[in-house]
Design a protein around this ligand. Structure first.
Ligand code: PEP
Ligand code: MN
Length: 343
């Protein structure tokens, strides 16, 4: 249920409503919009009609059922686009172009630093790099773990770029969150509900990637796991889904970009690297994603793709990334995005 407070209602009235929601056995989530405050009351769907009684409380304008199964993620609860602000002040969503770039895996200090400097100079505003890698084969490179996180932190400090890196196990959430500015949940973990719940307990931004076989609704239900635990700093990432087509690694679901913007207020990032699996397709799909309204991109960049420990075939060289950045800007501009600054 959404409890819509009247314009100019008092804080005291809001606190009474919050207390009543708790007494009914529901979790109150306060969303303060520019216009008015609403409270999402989430919990057991059965018996939620009892919350309707709140309509008679002072300061309450309306109590409306949330029809979508994802509640706090829904535009029913919040129409304004959410902006996720990082510790360095970088805003993601709401009209600011975010470009997260870097290697698939952190391999060495030299590789990471060189890549970080190059992507920064080309206009990226977040550094990506995996320290814990969810690999299809248990025999493949699994990442440098904490050593990789340390290298990411160092590269972030040196370049001034905030860092995004993946967590794959619930027990590593605190460790990864200590280093990362944005904690990434990979496609293979989108339905790891224990992990999502743990991430709901931290306050660092989380970027949730869509599972390769997940519907948009399942994707948003996973986001709901994080939101319902109280972490509202959630970014979504469309990274391609599995279809009958085998000519590309995955199929980029362009529909998902405007659809997500209709269904949710959360920022939406596109990952054309994993979606296509081929570096030549990255630039055109990046343009398409921006034209469709994506709030930003995640792009894999490697100084020596042929010898990359993972995902070399889809990684751009730094000079190709630089060229791509120049060519995508008109698309970002046409979509009304504010561009990052260049060196
Ligand atoms: C990644 O971004 O490094 C990654 C593993 O991507 P995905 O989870 O989308 O496969
Ligand atoms: Mn990768």
């Amino acid at each position: 249920m959404i409890i819509v407070m009247t314009r100019g209602s008092a804080e005291e009235q809001l606190q009474i409503v919050i207390g009543e929601i708790k007494a009914f056995g529901y979790d109150p989530h306060v969303i303060r919009g520019t216009d008015r405050t609403v409270v999402g009351a989430v919990g057991d769907e059965r018996g939620k009609a009892r919350l309707q009684a709140l309509e008679s409380f002072d300061g309450v304008e309306q109590v409306i059922p949330i029809l979508k199964p994802f509640k706090l993620a829904s535009t029913e609860v919040k129409q304004e686009r959410s902006i996720v602000e990082l510790a360095n002040g970088l805003k993601i969503g709401g009209g600011h172009l975010a470009v997260m770039a870097g290697p698939c895996s952190v391999e060495s200090e030299e590789q990471l630093l060189e890549t970080a400097r190059r992507v920064k100079a080309a206009g990226a505003n977040v550094l990506r790099g995996g320290a814990f890698k969810p690999r299809t084969s248990p025999y493949a490179f699994q990442g440098l773990a904490e050593e990789g996180l340390k290298l990411m932190a160092r590269a972030g400090e040196e370049t001034g770029l905030p860092i995004i890196t993946e967590v794959i196990a619930p027990e590593d959430v605190d460790l990864v969150a200590e280093y990362a500015d944005i904690v990434q949940v990979g496609a293979r973990n989108m339905s790891n509900f224990a992990l999502l719940r743990r991430l709901g307990g931290i306050r660092k931004p989380v970027m949730l990637k869509r599972g390769m076989s997940a519907t948009v609704e399942e994707f948003l239900m996973s986001a709901e796991y994080i939101l319902s635990e109280g972490n509202y700093n959630v970014i979504l990432c469309e990274r391609g889904i599995r279809t009958f087509e085998t000519a590309t690694r995955f199929t980029f679901d362009i529909n998902a970009i405007p659809l997500l913007h209709n269904l949710t207020h959360l920022p939406v990032i596109a990952d054309p690297s994993h979606a296509t699996g081929q570096w030549r397709l990255v630039e055109p799909i990046a343009k398409a994603a921006l034209a469709a309204g994506a709030d930003g991109l995640m792009i894999e960049v490697h100084t020596d793709p042929v010898h990359a420990f993972s995902d070399g075939a889809q990684s751009l060289r730094p000079d190709t990334f630089e060229k791509m950045m120049k060519s995508i800007l008109p698309y970002a501009e046409l979509s009304g995005l504010k561009l990052p600054e260049f060196d």
